[in-house]
Design a protein around this ligand. Structure first.
Ligand SMILES: Nc1ncnc2c1ncn2[C@@H]1O[C@H](COP(=O)(O)OP(=O)(O)OP(=O)(O)O)[C@@H](O)[C@H]1O
Ligand SMILES: [Mg+2]
Length: 268
């Protein structure tokens, strides 16, 4: 199982839209995919119509001594073939406080240990994260092979990036030797906005590893969140859906993952 964490310390940059799109596209391509909602806002679960107000999910995984007893009970099938979700809601807030007070067991490996229990059942795991570095995000970094960092170009695009990149470096050194790659890519891109073009050049000049696919702004994206469907399903012809398909392909090549076959579908 290849695990991808989608992280940025900034809010609203399209982490959740990216996570759900990646998960849906990889499943559509015939992979068995687990989407882990690692954000108490529960937006990734909601986006796949799998959020519950008070049911257990990732919160239980953060506190359980024996995740192997829980993963099967907590993971839910979505309406889509090959795509399952480990949901989240506000219970994660309390669970994380409990983790911080629990000095008896390591705090950073809870998600990694839980994912190890289902590694044979899935080809990919996508972890959607909150706009923060907290014990949940550190668990995600400790559990993943790759990190994807969506950025929206505005007047403080790079805010938080040095801190996140430092955290990735520290995690790789101290906690997760399997962490292989991280890449930045641009979301909500508007090519007619000159300031965005200049912002993109600035990020490139800063020397961060980047994927070249830019996810274009599309009004269909906000509609899809209301419909609780991933954008590649809700509006496959939208600019954003086409770009996400391109991005997944670019990721697979950059990560050196060979797919037996890639189906373009009629919308590509
Ligand atoms: N390509 C796009 N075109 C237009 N709107 C977009 C696009 N991508 C994301 N959005 C919109 O941006 C908003 C934030 O997206 P999303 O919830 O994925 O961000 P996030 O980084 O997960 O936010 P948070 O930090 O709160 O978790 C949503 O309203 C979404 O509809
Ligand atoms: Mg989100």
């Amino acid at each position: 199982m290849r695990t991808i964490a989608v992280i940025n310390l900034k809010g609203g940059v399209a982490k959740t839209i990216t996570s759900n799109s990646f998960a849906y596209i990889l499943a559509e391509q015939g992979n068995r995919v687990l989407l882990v909602d690692n954000d108490k806002q529960g937006d990734a679960s909601r986006g796949l119509n799998c959020r519950t107000q008070d049911g257990e999910g990732i919160d239980r995984i953060m506190t359980a001594r024996h995740p192997e007893d829980w993963m099967g009970k907590l993971i839910r099938h979505t309406a889509y073939y090959n795509l399952d979700v480990l949901p989240a809601n506000m219970r994660l807030l309390m669970a994380n406080q409990e983790v911080m007070f629990d000095q008896t067991r390591p705090q950073q490996f809870r998600i990694k240990n839980a994912l190890a229990c289902v590694a044979e059942q899935y080809d990919f795991c996508i972890i959607d994260n909150a706009p923060d570095i907290n014990i949940s995000t550190i668990n995600a970094l400790t559990a993943c092979d790759d990190v994807l960092i969506p950025v929206e170009i505005d007047d403080n695009t790079t805010e938080g990036l040095p801190e996140l990149v430092n955290q990735i470096g520290y995690t790789k050194e101290e906690l997760n030797k399997d962490l292989k790659n991280y890449w930045i890519f641009i979301t909500k891109y508007d090519k007619n906005n000159l300031a965005q073009e200049q912002g993109a050049d600035l990020i490139q000049a800063a020397g961060y590893p980047m994927l070249s696919t830019r996810i274009r702004y599309s009004r269909k994206v906000s509609e899809c969140t209301y419909a609780r469907k991933p954008i590649p399903l809700y509006s496959p012809r939208s600019l954003a859906a086409k770009d996400y398909k391109r991005l997944v392909k670019e990721y697979l090549v950059a990560a050196g993952i060979m797919m037996d076959k890639w189906t373009e579908g009629r919308e590509a």
